[in-house]
Design a protein around this ligand. Sequence first.
Ligand SMILES: C[S@@+](CC[C@H](N)C(=O)[O-])C[C@H]1O[C@@H](n2cnc3c(N)ncnc32)[C@H](O)[C@@H]1O
Length: 376
Amino acid sequence: MSTELDARIRLARDIERGASVLSSRVVEAFLNVPRHPFVPAFYRSEGTVHRPWRNGGEGWLRAVYADEVLVTEVDGVHAEDAPGTGVGGVATSSSTAPGLMAEMLDALDVRPGDRVLEVGTGSGYNAALLCRLAGAANVTTVDRTGRLAHAARERLGAAGFGAAAVVRADGALGCPGGGPFDRIIATCSVRRVPPAWLDQCVTGGLIVAPIGNALGGGAVACLTKLPDGGAAGRFLHRPAAFMPLRADGSPAPAHDVPAGGRRRTSVVGARVLDDHGFSFWAGLRLPPATVRAGGGSTLHDPSDGSTAHVQDHPGRPSTVATGGPRDLWQLVETAYTSWRRHHRPRREWFTLTAAPGGPQLVTYTAPDGEAVSCVL
Ligand SMILES: C[S@@+](CC[C@H](N)C(=O)[O-])C[C@H]1O[C@@H](n2cnc3c(N)ncnc32)[C@H](O)[C@@H]1O
């Protein structure tokens, strides 16, 4: 199937061109591990409807080997099981954009023989790349969904990586009974690094994990396990809005947000959170459950029902309608003032330190020496 091979070679070249520094071992893995067997069906979105697109012709293959995320599950319905008319809801599993996968794998610095844990098996494609880098017998991957774990196990086996362990488990607990691991990578986001990941990683080992921030300012933390049992490190420059690690039985995130009733003018425009540097900073200052919806102009905190809908008006100040006990938008306005005062710091200028069994701090030190810390 030379068209597939051509597409795969093109993707590996695109990945190599896109990232600033990328280990040649990572590029080699993308060159040699095909993506299409892991995503025989995925969704295309048409407005609010997600329609399945099954293993097909040239257009399908182009989509598989594009540097794009492929949504494979919506509200627990896998694209392979979906009716042709499509489904509505929120993405609950996907194959991450290859360029972002490559940067995360590069940061994970996997050597042959490293014992690796992946949290969030999904399609199994990233696990297959890990198998190529570490050796399949050294790879354990966990997903909370039996359907996904089963399919990934079969596909990894068919790709020659049957020695990998694919486990249905709550990844918040790492791999109970497994480990220790030299490398831990998560492909779903967490607000804080779970203690189990710290416990199951060897001293000097690496943990690469998206720290979720529902404003779209999510960032991938690259941490080294310290001798005291904690971990510390920095963030990748590239924004990474991963789906959250969900507790077993927890519902998919809500998509309908109630309207707000109190109106006022806003000192910042509706698109201010589109700046990924700022959204990272703002996300550290808003209630942790806050989500951004409504095409980006709505904030909602499902934990107390607070909402804020922002509207831009040509030639006039933006307005905001708020509801619930808290004015979420005022927190954004205050964060914007402090972000500018601190020289608009970028996510890769922050450090994350996770004390064993203690607080996890994100810290930025400004040029004047002032350190700004937020507890996750
Ligand atoms: C972005 S997808 C993973 C992509 C995957 N690595 C791949 O290559 O296709 C995120 C995955 O995290 C899984 N997930 C969410 N919560 C989880 C949990 N508590 N434990 C394990 N997996 C979880 C989801 O089921 C979903 O498959």
